[in-house]
Design a binder for this molecule. Sequence first.
Ligand SMILES: [Zn+2]
Ligand SMILES: [Zn+2]
Length: 156
Amino acid sequence: MSRSSSTSDQVLRRALEARGHRFTDQRAAVYRLLAHTTIHPTADEVFLGVRDEVPGISLATVYKSLETLASCGLASKLSHADGSARYDGRTDPHHHARCIACGSVSDLPGELRDSDLSYVRSGADGFHVTGYQLELTGYCPDCARESDGEAVAAVG
Ligand SMILES: [Zn+2]
Ligand SMILES: [Zn+2]
């Protein structure tokens, strides 16, 4: 297994130090994991993914590393209304589809067209808009298959 991740380490080091944070092995491991997954893991899942690589790392450290990366713009935090959060190594504009049965989150391409966005904005009277998030909710293919008839009947 190759450990030649020096380029991404340098990117991380520069971004952390620009914000007054230290580069640490823990933060680097969390950053690498996020960069190489598309499952939008929870903090628990990140912890399970890095604890072999970084012996002795705690869940609390993983939480703090995730918050630091998010505050530096190196990751995105997806907070949900139920209080749960997932983390995304992608920081370019994209949308998400979230399964309300299993909680999985997958990426959707693209941005809203300006005309669609301004239609939504027109309802935000006096609200100073700095950004937006679009999340589709429903059932992922696996869950849709499992609950086949029932889910359809419930919606219909
Ligand atoms: Zn699902
Ligand atoms: Zn994403």
